[in-house]
Design a protein around this ligand. Structure first.
Ligand code: ADP
Ligand code: TRP
Length: 356
């Protein structure tokens, strides 16, 4: 008996949040990445199901050296685990290990208005500056949408610069659902709290692009030298200062235990101290703050197979989830012949026999 096509199964809203985020492996992580993103991923892994991936497909739009890309992906995984991402709790994987996502990208591409992508800032900025942009950069938000929708993610922790992309994702998911039934779960962005804008060594926002970073796993002695060169104002030592206006103090606050932070704030308000002292204290606090992670990193680095095994397990778990979502989407939009519950050739498999 031919059966009627089954409508796509509506995704269940999970009771606990399903958290997902991706991070590009474009260089060593700096303090801005840690306080602005990674720390939150680590905190959120305790709240529900969590998927974190290293966005190597996205990185391909900027990293063009294959060996370097491979090394960056491996290092990013080592760094994340060393910093506390627990592969027993969260699924850690590499984006390109789940090719279902790229197929899903195409399905979404067919419902993506050009104008929506033209308004996205990464592409728009390049265009405004007269720089050449490729279709990879242009369609970047669609790949990012597929990343999110492939895992039925409900919560996506990101920095402010990525909120626009989550809106695109919600938009595309909404259109697809409108056309084909309730296929996708709509995610919500979750802005990283605190650590909103970690300053760099020159007082501007810390960023790889400004060459003002302090890296999480930098050698402490080399890092101390960088810290000693952090720009400060030239007010005389005696003058009391407001700690809240000072980027050096902002950095110290991220690293130092609360009691030390309060003591330092007091010193600022009283005056009569030199920035050199604050810098030394900052270098020590930072070395302490990341000491445990540094030790974990050394152990992981000595055992590269362990990281590869973690990533392989992660990919397997992630792929199983993405496969189910992709199948749902394929069935809904009319691909996946024969999987709709309605045979293409009705009746018994005589059709096949006749053809054979
Ligand atoms: P970069 O600016 O160095 O290229 P990315 O754009 O790769 O850094 O940032 C990766 C993540 O780290 C993003 O979620 C971003 O919001 C966060 N982040 C980067 N720099 C900072 C900063 N200075 N302060 C707070 N968060 C940051
Ligand atoms: N575009 C993000 C960034 O540059 C990384 C990313 C890729 C991502 N896919 C994602 C983040 C999906 C959240 C969800 O920081």
């Amino acid at each position: 008996m031919p059966t009627e096509p089954r409508p796509p199964t509506p995704p269940q809203t999970p009771a606990a949040p399903r958290v997902l985020s991706g991070i590009q492996p474009t260089g060593r992580f700096h303090w801005g990445n840690y306080f602005g993103a990674i720390r939150q991923y680590i905190d959120l892994q305790a709240t529900g199901e969590a998927y974190y991936f290293i966005a190597d497909l996205h990185a391909l739009t900027t990293v063009r050296e294959p060996d370097r890309l491979r090394a960056l992906v491996h290092d990013a995984a080592v760094d994340l685990v060393a910093l506390g991402l627990d592969p027993e709790r969260a699924t850690l994987f590499v984006q390109s290990d789940v090719p279902e996502v790229t197929e899903l990208t195409w399905l979404l591409m067919t419902v993506t208005p050009m104008g929506l992508l033209e308004r996205c800032h990464a592409y728009k900025d390049k265009k405004t500056r007269g720089l050449p942009a490729d279709a990879g950069l242009f369609t970047y938000p669609v790949l990012m949408s597929a990343d999110i929708l492939a895992y039925d993610a409900t919560v996506v922790p990101v920095g402010e610069d990525q909120v626009q992309h989550i809106e695109v994702c919600r938009d595309l998911a909404g259109t697809f659902n409108h056309l084909y039934g309730e296929v996708f779960t709509l995610p919500k962005p979750r802005l990283v709290e605190g650590g909103g804008r970690v300053p760099g060594t020159d007082g501007q926002k810390m960023s790889k692009s400004y060459d003002n970073t302090l890296d999480v796993f930098e050698d402490p002695a080399a890092q101390k030298k960088k810290i000693m060169r952090i720009t400060t104002d030239s007010r005389p030592m005696e003058e009391p200062k407001n700690p809240d206006d000072d980027h050096l103090f902002a950095l110290y606050s991220l690293m130092a235990p609360e009691a030390d932070r309060l003591k330092m704030a007091d010193l600022y308000r009283r005056g009569g101290f030199g920035y050199g002292e604050v810098k030394k204290a900052l270098a020590e606090a930072a070395a302490q703050f990341f000491a445990e992670a540094r030790a974990r990193r050394a152990a992981l680095e000595a055992d590269p197979e362990r990281i590869e095994a973690i990533l392989a397990t992660g990919a397997e778990r992630a792929q199983a989830k993405a496969r189910a979502v992709l199948d749902r989407a394929r069935r809904a939009c009319g691909l996946a012949r024969g999987q709709t519950g309605k045979p293409i050739v009705t009746g018994k498999p005589a059709g096949r026999e006749t053809r054979a």
